[in-house]
Design a protein around this ligand. Structure first.
Ligand SMILES: C[S@@+](CC[C@H](N)C(=O)[O-])C[C@H]1O[C@@H](n2cnc3c(N)ncnc32)[C@H](O)[C@@H]1O
Length: 197
């Protein structure tokens, strides 16, 4: 069986359209087989996004790591008038995000393939991620710890992890070098914010 983070180009396409409402703004997203949470928007991603929107300023430069079909990054760009780059290792996810971006004239940013930060050359004010827990803790920690190499000095990292997927142990590891706070929790999902000490 293929996992959503693999590049299985033989996987049959079955495009679906998912909808999302934030205050008075309506969004739709194409999703497909072979991408994360293809049938409905993930609850953890929603909690992360909505916590972020209530916490962060507008007009920032943001990187969405592991963007899937672009849910988090597209909404941030439009609602918070921010420039958002989105990356994923999954070609189908990048392709869907490109299609989804085209629906929104006011979207500012880009999407491209990248295994973690390998194709990232800019610095960001914010990095946000619902990390790929299923690929394992080593990759998740790489994404979270290396985020600080790709942000400005005052950059802020936002991420979501379920308690039963190791949120507290990951918090503890990051806390050896950063200030890490749990800024929201619901239904077993923890939203965390990390900054330089
Ligand atoms: C939990 S999903 C979140 C997807 C999307 N942000 C959302 O909220 O629906 C994690 C994403 O990370 C991607 N991913 C897995 N390994 C990766 C890697 N090494 N570098 C970049 N993205 C990766 C997966 O393809 C997947 O789209």
């Amino acid at each position: 069986m293929s996992h959503y983070f693999e590049n299985d180009l033989n996987l049959k396409s079955e495009i679906k359209e998912l909808s999302y409402k934030y205050n008075s703004s309506f969004f739709t997203f194409y999703s497909d087989n072979g991408v994360f949470s293809k049938k409905s928007i993930d609850y953890g991603s929603r909690l992360l996004l909505e916590t972020y929107l209530s916490d962060e300023k507008r007009n920032l430069k943001v990187l969405d790591v592991g963007c899937g079909y672009g849910f988090i990054g597209i909404v941030i760009s439009i609602i918070n008038n921010s420039y958002v780059d989105m990356i994923d290792v999954n070609k189908r996810a990048v392709h869907l995000t490109k299609r989804n971006i085209k629906k929104y004239d006011s979207f500012k940013g880009s999407v491209f393939l990248s295994d973690a930060y390998e194709n990232i050359h800019d610095k960001y004010d914010v990095i946000i991620t619902n990390p790929p827990i299923r690929v394992g803790k080593v990759k998740v920690l790489e994404i979270l710890e290396q985020a600080f190499d790709h942000m400005n000095e005052n950059g802020v990292l936002y991420f979501v992890i379920r308690k039963d997927q190791g949120a507290l142990s990951i918090k503890k590891i990051l806390e050896s070098t950063r200030k890490v706070e749990i800024i929201n929790k619901d239904k077993g999902y923890f939203v965390l914010r990390a900054k330089n000490l």
